[in-house]
Design a protein around this ligand. Structure first.
Ligand code: XUL
Ligand code: CO
Length: 451
């Protein structure tokens, strides 16, 4: 373990300075980890995690340009030396940023060999080093996952590949990934079906492919049980990238798939902001859908851009969106029993300096901390609770209570409604004053964040 080298030179531990004292630079405006709001410490509401792939591996490429990233371990040319140096850099980064969790794919950590046996050997060496660092730092793993989409062998899918050899390889890869999850104590295990979808229906057996995916998930859960790895299993929806149609399109589609194949007892959802937008939804919609189904597991924190139609994984900075997301979390009581906020986000290609990785996480952490503060303030005033209670109050008595209790049927409802004049029906409805509601939400944002 390298304790002498500092990779992130000139950067001290990031402190909470408060928004009044912070105009710019490295410091949190709204994230004060030990502060108790809404009955819990901020760090326990938010459980922030750093994503290994975007933070330490990402070279900031785009479809038209090479990587621009400048990283403090760029001098290492041997792939294993580089992989091991990154672990030192990563743990120094976590400490300076003040996060308690990390997330990683198996292939983020170490280079592949020619066979899975060789690949696993490389990976184990890096995991050994991570486990050592965990002992001294107390860092925990929010989730680990398996990359089954980058290598050309996954060109037509992983568990949904038309080729049985590829399914078999994926099972073997996943087996080892679950074993690693157990070693590092991952609280969750995520499946993002990188290429689990189709390019064209003309050559695709959709049902067969989905059955293979379901079989794969059952086999994964069975093996996790067998080795005593009790992580919460999570599926991460995303609609149409990289394939033209991804099977885990959005929360609702994925929930239907989980129910159809009996996976809803053991699996929950990991939801991501930019993925929600690509599916034509808001992040709030996806979180609401999952939580009302009792299937909210964890969150990937990022945002897209209305002007760009692909998954750009920006660090979150939109306070309105983080407020809406945290409103759902506060209503839920937590992100999920083992959930957290993983920054599945990277700097823009033009923010290529090492310190931009800190700025990116700071704006993301502050944006969710701000959203949490606003959501708690709205909850404590009962603003939206009261509004919704009033809006649905006609179900509390009379005909509404009969509908709720199951006492009413079509015959009794016809009797109730058939002679009601239009004027009475119109009088039963009320303006929802939606513009006033939105103005009040703006007030909560501005007022809470300027205190
Ligand atoms: C891809 C994505 C992944 C998953 C983990 O869009 O979000 O990084 O979070 O595989
Ligand atoms: Co993600």
């Amino acid at each position: 373990m390298d304790t002498k080298t500092s990779y992130w030179k000139g950067i001290d531990k990031i402190q909470y300075v408060g928004h009044q004292d912070k105009k710019s630079g490295l410091g949190f405006q709204y994230y004060n980890p030990e502060e108790v709001i809404g009955g819990k410490k901020m760090k326990d509401w938010l459980r922030f995690a750093v994503a290994y792939w975007h933070t330490f591996d990402q070279r900031l490429v785009d479809p038209f340009g090479d990587g621009t990233a400048q990283r403090p371990y760029d001098k290492y040319t041997d792939p294993m030396d580089l992989a091991l140096a990154k672990v030192d850099a990563a743990f120094e980064f976590y400490d300076k940023l003040g996060v308690d969790y990390l997330c990683f794919h198996d292939r983020d950590l170490a280079p592949e060999g020619d066979t899975l046996r060789e690949t696993n050997k490389n990976l184990d060496k890096v995991v050994d080093k991570i486990v050592e660092y965990q002992k001294t730092s107390g860092m925990k793993v929010l989730w680990n996952t398996s990359n089954m989409f980058t290598n050309p062998r996954f060109v037509e899918g992983a568990a949904t590949s038309p080729y049985a050899d590829i399914f078999a390889y994926c099972a073997a890869q996943l087996k080892h990934s679950l074993e690693i999850g157990k070693r590092v104590g991952s609280e969750n295990y995520v499946f993002w079906g990188g290429r689990e979808g189709y390019e064209s229906l003309w050559n695709t057996n959709m049902k067969e492919e989905q059955e293979h995916a379901a079989k794969f998930f059952h086999m994964a859960k069975d093996y996790a049980n067998e080795i005593g790895f009790d992580a919460q299993m999570l599926l991460e929806p995303k609609p149409k990238e990289p394939t033209t149609h991804q099977y885990d399109f959005d929360a609702a589609t994925t929930i239907a798939f989980m129910k159809e194949y009996g996976l809803d007892k053991d699996f929950k959802l990991n939801l991501e902001g930019n993925h929600a937008n690509l599916a034509g939804h808001t992040y709030q919609h996806e979180i609401r859908t999952a939580r009302e189904a009792g299937l909210l597991g964890s969150l990937d924190a990022n945002q897209g851009d209305k002007l760009i139609g692909w998954d750009i994984d920006e660090y979150p900075s939109n306070l309105y969106e983080t407020t809406a997301a945290m409103y759902e979390v506060v209503e839920n009581g937590s992100i999920g029993p083992r959930g957290g906020l993983n920054f599945d986000a990277k700097p823009r290609r033009s923010s290529f300096a090492p310190e931009d990785l800190f700025y990116g996480h700071i704006v993301g952490m502050d944006s969710f901390a701000a959203g949490l503060r606003v959501a708690v303030a709205m909850k404590e005033d009962g603003f939206l609770d009261k509004l919704k209670k009033d809006r649905y109050s006609s179900y509390e008595s009379g005909i509404g209570a009969d509908i709720e209790s199951g006492k009413a049927d079509f015959k009794s409802l016809e009797k109730y409604a058939i002679d009601k004049p239009q004027s009475e029906l119109i009088a039963a409805t009320h303006s929802d004053h939606l513009e006033e509601v939105k103005d009040t939400i703006n007030h909560y944002i501005i007022d809470t964040l300027s205190k």
